[in-house]
Design a protein around this ligand. Structure first.
Ligand SMILES: NC(=O)C1=CN([C@@H]2O[C@H](COP(=O)(O)OP(=O)(O)OC[C@H]3O[C@@H](n4cnc5c(N)ncnc54)[C@H](O)[C@@H]3O)[C@@H](O)[C@H]2O)C=CC1
Ligand code: BAL
Length: 502
């Protein structure tokens, strides 16, 4: 059967959902037997009732994670064994790619085409990449005096709490599970309450692949209960969090008020796309600008939400960007021709529409879109939107909107453009478009952001670090070998020769 809209609708209608927590290798209901609803953002309809866990289930999951860690079934397994199991896990995710993509699209509102072509393949790559690293990351021996051997060894940090957002639920689960498990830790995952379904399938597949019981636990529930209990738990060694800066700060507080656990935060952005006067091929630039602004409905921490363009090229580029935006059709996420799906929930849609109203009120010029659409669907849809004549002081140029809204600002001198790009409390990603190698390098050095992409919008791949400067990030990087630093402790073993037993 052709894999068209009708096919995906039919497949989606046949899905079964796992809705229970995974603790110590068993799927269990919440102790209270309570559930919370997970809703399809594209229809407003309930998909399933999910186990509503709380601090008691967090205790059980952390206890199980700690026991297996101390027993060593996984933490002291040979790296080769961990690699083999994680590669099998990746294969199983791949074998279930379409089912997981459908579930992800239903639960998060993201277009099925993105779930199939980006979220799932990238998640699988993350598992494989870190699995392969497991038996290739060597420890070190320091240069010392001849009667000393000083070894610098990495050890798993212990029990990791992974707190996930709703914008890339399975993909970001992969960012955390891959390196955390490859380096021998146990993990307790708290999915965002809006998007729990795919994480629970991952739990089943991990067990099937041979990840020992208790090594990977999933505790669904709300942030104030499950999230906070993880953050304050004295037997968790590291929290890896992705989400808002506001909640990121809470995790720092939880850590300070409990056991000083390591906290790694990945917290959003207001990323610039800086287009210099000598940029080539504005039609191609416009395609990248649209991708940066609209991918995942703009619900993307690294979204290129500020277009900062040299005044001499503004009018021409703006026309091209509008044309590029025309290609981003809003529609039912299950329709493979849809490129802009549903906002995660009605309150978030209202927040995005509030920013649009605020932009108009502050004097920015709405030149494209600007409205809620597809009301009849029952879902939360906002059309791609462009504001021109935005000043750096306006709220839409400063705050993370997390929706398909692009602000256009102009500059005359390059230094001014760079200053506007850096005039933000965030520093996650950025793009620069130029025909000059010199300018590309100078701007890349001057921009204070974790990623600078030149003549494209990109976060790179699994092999390169991802994370933010300033309030976009704290404590480390995701992806690449640097991700393993989050989840490992460094131990120095200092051996004095000639004083021990013969
Ligand atoms: N990847 C990113 O950078 C993301 C950024 N955001 C930003 O945050 C805004 C709000 O989105 P939310 O879903 O509300 O993000 P959030 O930061 O509230 O949620 C992220 C995770 O933290 C948990 N959480 C919430 N409150 C908590 C608490 N008091 N203690 C412990 N854990 C808690 C949530 O349950 C979820 O698992 C978005 O509009 C966007 O600007 C949101 C999601 C992802
Ligand atoms: N851009 C992928 C990571 C995130 O949105 O958090």
């Amino acid at each position: 059967m052709e894999k068209n809209y009708a096919y995906y609708q039919q497949q989606a209608a046949q899905l079964d959902f796992e809705t229970r927590a995974l603790i110590d290798g068993r799927f269990v209901n919440a102790i209270s037997a309570e559930e919370f609803d997970t809703i399809n953002p594209a229809t407003g309809k309930r998909l399933a009732g999910i186990a509503r866990c709380g601090a008691l289930e967090v205790d059980d999951a952390v206890g199980a994670a700690r026991r297996v860690f101390e027993r060593g079934d996984w933490s002291r397994a040979s790296p080769k064994h961990r690699k083999k199991v994680l590669l099998r896990f990746a294969d199983l995710v791949e074998a279930n790619l379409e089912t997981l993509a459908l579930m992800e699209s239903l639960d998060s509102g993201k277009p099925i085409r993105d779930a199939l072509s980006a979220d799932l393949p990238d998640m699988i790559e993350s598992l494989r990449w870190h699995a392969e690293a497991a038996d290739k990351l060597y420890d070190q021996v320091a240069p010392t005096a001849p009667d000393i051997v000083a070894m610098i060894v990495r050890e798993p940090i212990g029990v990791v709490g992974a707190v996930l957002p709703w914008n890339f639920p399975i993909y970001l689960a992969g960012w955390k599970i891959g390196p955390a498990l490859a380096s021998g830790n146990s993990i307790v995952i708290k999915p965002a309450e809006q998007t729990t379904l795919t994480a629970l399938v991952l739990g089943r597949l991990a067990l099937e692949a041979g990840v020992p019981e208790g090594v990977l636990n999933i505790v669904p529930g709300y942030g104030e209960t499950v999230g906070q209990a993880l953050g304050r738990h004295r037997d968790i060694d590291c929290i890896s969090f992705t989400g808002s800066g506001e909640v990121g700060r809470l995790f720092l507080k939880y850590s300070a008020e409990s056991n000083m656990k390591r906290v790694v935060l990945e917290c959003g952005g207001k990323s610039p796309a800086l287009v210099l006067a000598d940029a080539h091929d504005l039609a191609a630039v416009a395609q990248q600008v649209a991708l940066g602004a609209l991918f995942c409905q703009g619900e993307n921490c690294s979204a290129g939400s500020r277009l900062i363009v040299h005044r001499s090229r503004k009018d021409e580029l703006l026309e091209q960007v509008k044309r590029a935006f025309d290609e981003w059709r809003v529609g039912d996420p299950l329709d493979p021709s849809t490129r802009v799906g549903a906002m995660i929930e009605p309150q978030h849609m209202r927040r995005v529409l509030g920013y649009i109203d605020g932009g108009k009120a502050q004097g920015a010029r709405l030149v494209y879109g600007g409205h809620q659409v597809r009301q009849d669907s029952g879902g939360s849809f906002v059309e791609p939107t462009i504001f021109d004549d935005v000043r750096p002081s306006m709220t839409i140029a400063r705050e993370e909107i997390f929706g398909p809204v692009l602000s256009v600002l102009t500059f005359d001198e390059l230094a001014e453009g760079v200053a506007i790009a850096n005039d933000t409390s965030y520093g996650l990603a950025s793009s620069v478009y130029t025909g000059s190698l010199d300018a590309a390098h100078s701007v890349a050095k001057a921009i204070r952001a974790g990623t600078v992409s030149v003549n494209c919008f990109s976060e790179g791949d699994t092999g390169v670090p991802f994370g933010g400067y300033k309030e976009s990030g704290f404590g480390g990087r995701e992806k690449s070998l640097q991700a393993h630093d989050q989840y490992t402790e460094t131990k120095t073993v200092w051996i004095q020769l000639g004083r021990g037993a013969a």
